[in-house]
Design a protein around this ligand. Sequence first.
Ligand code: GDP
Ligand code: MG
Ligand code: ZN
Length: 302
Amino acid sequence: MEGIVVKSTGSWIIVRLQDGTRHECKLKGQFRMRDIKHTNPVAIGDHVQVELMPGDSHGMITKIHPRENYIIRKATKLSKVSHIIAANLDHAYLIATLAQPRTSNGFIDRFLVTAAAYYIPASIIFNKVDLYSPELLETLEGLCTVYENAGYHCYRSSAIHGEGVELIRELLNGKVSLFSGHSGAGKSALIKAIDPSLNPRIGILSQTHQKGMHTTTFAEMYELGSNGFIVDTPGIKEFGLIDFDKTEIHRCFPEMDRLLPFCQYKNCSHTHEPGCAVKAGIKTGSVSMLRYNSYISILHDS
Ligand SMILES: Nc1nc2c(ncn2[C@@H]2O[C@H](COP(=O)(O)OP(=O)(O)O)[C@@H](O)[C@H]2O)c(=O)[nH]1
Ligand SMILES: [Mg+2]
Ligand SMILES: [Zn+2]
């Protein structure tokens, strides 16, 4: 029987079969050790084949179908081994916020680069708009212009007041979407607002740090009443660009990628070369300094 992995707790893998039933499954032994680059041989969103145990609701995963795409994070900071966050995604949303805990521009850009590197279309949802001061709303306006010009859609939401929720619900219709972002940004609260029949654990912001507590320890895929799936992830500190060629990073900045044909050198890195269209774009305003700085910082770190 065919199914999709919706949760993996370490000891059990929960698979949703096509008939809508859910089953606790184990992985057939042969898969466990084969994949040494990833800490988890089976990931949320994987399409799998399952054999149910006779007279029991438990199952055995006998086959993992090839992934269309996936997004990973490093297992630990220095590790070469990575953890697959989720596979077979139609779209990745970064749940960001300018209210506590504020999402940095650097983090936003790293997320967008990672999604692009793995061929996953991405957008940004700025949540908690109910908490923004008039000044912050103006900052938001400016940021949205930067990202829209770069080629990304920006949405505004309040999981508490319901602003923007209807539109996001429509975007998710019939799609497999990933919700990612810092702990406390409101991923789980937004999922609850989108489909009140779901019960993701919503955290309390710690008073001292105004950071989210880690309430979602495992990523989990939720089935929406509206015929779609959302993967809720625990707060992610760092995405992984593993085995990714440094010289390709600028291809993951759509506004820079568009200008590459106009650079004097075909392999321009947009750093020191003469006749660089990206650097010229910064002067005319078609490339934002904010994004360019992120590019340079990602280039140096990787
Ligand atoms: N004021 C306000 N609070 C929110 C909003 N969304 C989430 N929160 C609160 O922020 C905290 C963290 O939310 P949670 O959904 O657990 O964040 P997650 O870690 O990203 O899943 C909770 O106390 C939520 O009630 C929002 O749009 N407005
Ligand atoms: Mg959460
Ligand atoms: Zn250039």
